[in-house]
Design a protein around this ligand. Sequence first.
Ligand code: SF4
Length: 505
Amino acid sequence: MTFQVPIKLSSRNPGDSYPHNLQLYRNVPFGEITLEELQEISETRLKVLSLVERIHLQKPTMSLSQRRIALVEELHKQGLAEFGSLIKNSGCKSCTDMDIRVRRRDHISHFMLRSTVAFNESKKRWFFKQEARLFKWRFSSLDNEGIRQFMCINNFNFSPISQNEKENIREHLHMSSLNVSDVDNTQFYRIPFFHIANLIRKRKVLVLQGEAFVPEQEMAFVFVSYFRRILISNFEVAREARANLYNDERFTHIFAYLENNILTQNTVLVREQEMQQYISLDKLDQLAETSYPLCMRVLHKALRKNHHLTHGGRIQYCLFLKGMGLSLSDAMTFWKDEFMKIMDDTAFKEHMYYIRFNYGKEGSRRDYQPYKCQRILESIVGPRDYHGCPFKHMLHDTLEEQLTDCDFNASERSAIMKLSKNGQYFAACNKYYEIKHDCLNDTLFEHPNIYFNESMKHRTAYHHGEIYLILYISNNLLFCINFKIILKLKIRKQEMHFNHQNQNI
Ligand code: SF4
């Protein structure tokens, strides 16, 4: 289909409006664009956002900059180098016609996608998450000049501290910024503490007299929360824009295509080499305790105890394991070891078929995806079943027993039970995660495999932090006593799940 009708978006000249590669998209785009180009750039942005989600899911243990590099590589591989050119050092040194054109296309495509998802809650959430991630990764590519220009253009007056000030608080900066290896050559910005609640909660920055000292590496976190607020407040405008174009046939094709191709969290939860070291048959019992959401922990324990699960439980758990990265041959071994304790070879053959079926090796040979929470919540569950979502389907007494089995204390159990009784199943699951991981988590899980991936990411990142801390302590005897106390408490809470890494310590 070819669109050639130019769309007039506004009469202003775009020349001066795009001084920087990174934008907050506060203003509505202007100028003219053909429908053909509009369609092309919107589809491109959708591909970019899908890539962002894919890399996020694939590489849970990677740092921000590693993910950004992975994204740029993928963009080049997929012929989307133009978008890749927006992710580079200063972001503002060059301002050629080509730069302005690319930035403008970025701006317009963001608005197109924003309008597309404006009336659909789950697609809106998906868009919101990917855009915030993309913004954070792009911001992390900026050098000091790029950050300075970005702040200047957007009227932020956070100032970098002088060398003298840095000298005065050098020790504190060393202690508080564990991710910074070279304090001397790192720029620190002075920022009022209320802008960076997240970083303070994660104890990543030094706070003195109401001001936080944020290293350049963490500045992305400062602005991403600001960017999120802009996105939320601008959805109303996007809804209006979409409503105004509702009967315009020139746009309905584009919106329909985009809407149909946003696969919120249906993306295959792909596994990577780095995760595989933590996932193997002999680690499943351990992972069920540390990183499974409760629905899967219940299924795993029931299978181990009864050597059997009913049909719904087998599918729910088998697909979850597939999403975790368990190979077909390992899955076969796992299920066979359990089932053969209560059945013979002939009976197992039928189950073998369904396991292969789930892996796309039998029947329709479709690549079946692990169930999302919504689907699990809609399961029909009988008295002999262990599948479904325990926060919705389990009897209250049984749920409480499960939580006791997780070593949760009375107040932790009661917080979860209250949410579950109120029908706030996602919030109950999130509370379960927070207690298990001793952290605060502000995004609710909508997929058991996302829960699992986030848990793995949290535990590996947390653990690496501890290794670093121990090395740091050994060089700083002065702080040894205080830090050892904190460390002991944290180790007890987290139970130090990765044994081979313990040995490294
Ligand atoms: Fe599992 Fe989702 Fe229920 Fe959590 S909310 S227990 S992940 S189904």
